[in-house]
Design a protein around this ligand. Structure first.
Ligand code: ADP
Length: 166
């Protein structure tokens, strides 16, 4: 039986890798919901730097001790996974207006596919609005300083992939 007294939300994303911006959104979401499922979207058509298991591990380390989080992965439609998990809310982050069009379209499509789930958009702290996983990977690839943008374990994992100094 599903526990309907708990407000559970799903935060899906590629998380390749998780950044402090993603973490900021997850921490805001857990203030509103009782439990947050952070789910790594596995899309074979999308090439990622980190494997599914690596991405899960890095998220687990980042949220350890921060609240009631579950970290998992899924493939296929977000709406189907939301149905499977019985969630009523899908969390997405909005950094700036450029995110809006894509997110708006996705949110409406997901609601069409799963009418009883709504997308809840959260805005990160201003200092993370310019942060993206791809920018971080570019900086790390060129041995730039990434420690202030990502959790510690992610910075170490990126240095392992690309080399680079602390
Ligand atoms: P996807 O491929 O599903 O967009 P991402 O890992 O890039 O996966 O992002 C997952 C979600 O987190 C998206 O809603 C995205 O807008 C949001 N997000 C990414 N970076 C940040 C950030 N720096 N601040 C707030 N939200 C972010």
């Amino acid at each position: 039986m599903k526990d309907l007294s708990k407000r559970i939300a799903l935060y899906p994303g590629t998380f390749d890798p998780i950044t402090n911006g993603h973490l900021d959104i997850a921490e805001r979401a857990i203030q509103i919901f009782d439990h947050l499922i952070i789910a790594v979207a596995v899309n074979p058509a999308k090439q990622t730097l980190f494997s599914e298991q690596e991405r899960i591990k890095l998220i687990e380390k980042a949220v350890e001790g921060l609240g009631s989080f579950e970290v998992t992965s899924f493939s296929g439609l977000t709406a189907s996974f939301a149905e499977l998990k019985g969630v009523r809310a899908i969390i997405r982050g909005l950094r700036m207006i450029s995110d809006f069009e894509y997110e708006f379209q996705m949110a409406l499509m997901n609601r069409k596919l799963k009418p009883d789930a709504d997308t809840v958009f959260l805005m990160p702290s201003e200092k993370y609005t310019y942060l993206s996983s791809s920018t971080i990977k570019d900086i790390a690839r060129h041995q730039g300083q990434i420690d202030c943008f990502v959790p510690k374990a992610v910075a170490e994992a990126l240095r392992e992939k690309f080399g680079g100094k602390k």
